[in-house]
Design a protein around this ligand. Structure first.
Ligand SMILES: C[S@@+](CC[C@H](N)C(=O)[O-])C[C@H]1O[C@@H](n2cnc3c(N)ncnc32)[C@H](O)[C@@H]1O
Length: 333
């Protein structure tokens, strides 16, 4: 998934720096991916550590991480069901179809986040997945739902995020949605996945390595990915305005006057010896401010890596397509 701030292209850098800083094998350690997003980082460390704890305040992220971290079955067991889901016929009464009603032109919503056919297919598959929940059990339920989120995202008619839709259907949005499951690497560790504010969760967990990848600017994930939450929750809500936004979480990390305070609170309460913070050089909290906070709580170091920035920005600002990612490190006493 093309996700704001995804660390997909930085995984090697993260692993090498984390291993060098800690100076020992990771396989007996607990790794916490505290702002997990797509789950890229936690799932990468799943088979390299003893246990992964993942958390994110957005429900779609919880679904993706449940699939990546807590599933331990042979995914081919779902092949037949997936092919049945792909061939389901739509229900006659589409009043309950939330994506079609709110986000496709054919319903009169005046929004076009999906083609009519794809919106109906998302709704048809989503309602069936809910009906199957007890029969297939929680693990397979999250696997199917995560697959639907990723498959729907591939045919979304947006520039990249769900803050707005495109007037004309783009090529990829015209293609028919095909439900495909997201592969996970099975393991028998007791991983944990949460859906909470990290500043609250941190008071209840402990471990060895705490990896922090919070938002670094004002862009709220709940607003930019609201449709993924709607597919995941599939609840009743009132979409607002032209873009059809639902009510969303506002993060302390996205505001100038609260971000540094949230960071210090997290570091202070963290019962983890090794803490790593990924943060952008243009972020709300300056590198100096981060350093000052970190030095109050332990030994501090910093590592950097140049990399290409998320595509949505490239379109608007060609000059800023190279950016520096900072990895701040604190070793607590
Ligand atoms: C930079 S993204 C993480 C990207 C992730 N590392 C990846 O590779 O996909 C930041 C994440 O923090 C989450 N987030 C924002 N504020 C939060 C909070 N207060 N508690 C928990 N998660 C939060 C967002 O939903 C978003 O998924």
């Amino acid at each position: 998934m093309n996700y704001i701030g995804s660390k997909f292209s930085l995984l090697d850098f993260l692993e090498n720096t984390i291993t060098d800083c800690i100076g020992k094998e990771l396989n007996h350690l607990t790794f916490c991916d505290a702002f997990a997003g797509t789950g890229t980082v936690g799932s990468y460390f799943k088979n390299k550590t003893a246990k992964v704890i993942a958390n994110d305040c957005e429900y779609y992220s919880f679904v993706l991480n449940q699939n990546l971290l807590n599933n331990n079955f042979d995914i081919s067991e779902l092949d037949e069901l997936v092919s049945e889901l792909n061939q389901l016929s739509e229900k006659k009464d589409k009043q309950q179809y939330k994506i079609y009603q709110h986000y496709a032109l054919g319903s009169g919503s005046e929004r076009q986040y999906f083609s009519d056919e794809n919106a109906i297919k998302i709704d048809t598959i989503r309602t069936e997945i809910e009906d199957l929940r007890h029969e297939v059990g929680e693990n397979k339920y999250f696997c199917l739902l995560a697959g639907l989120l990723e498959s729907a995202d591939k045919v979304a008619n947006t520039a990249s995020v769900y803050g707005a839709f495109l007037k004309k259907l783009k090529k990829s949005a015209e293609k028919p949605l095909i439900l495909k499951l997201t592969e996970f690497s099975p393991n028998k560790n007791q991983n944990e996945v949460y859906h909470q504010d990290t500043n609250e969760l941190i008071k209840k967990i402990s471990g060895d390595i705490l990896y922090l990848d919070p938002p670094y600017n004002h862009r709220e994930y709940g607003a930019n990915y609201h449709i993924l939450n709607t597919i995941a929750y599939y609840d009743d809500f009132t979409p607002k305005g032209k873009t059809g936004l639902r009510q969303y979480n506002k993060s302390l990390w996205c505001k100038k006057n609260t971000a540094a305070m949230a960071f210090e609170d997290l570091i202070k309460n963290a019962e983890f010896k090794y803490i790593f913070l990924s943060y952008n050089n243009e972020g709300i909290i300056s590198p100096e401010e981060i350093k000052n906070i970190c030095q109050k709580y332990g030994k501090y170091d910093i590592f950097t890596k140049q990399y290409r920035r998320f595509k949505a920005d490239n379109a608007r600002n060609h000059k800023a397509n190279q950016t520096v990612e900072y990895l701040h490190f604190i070793e607590k006493p």
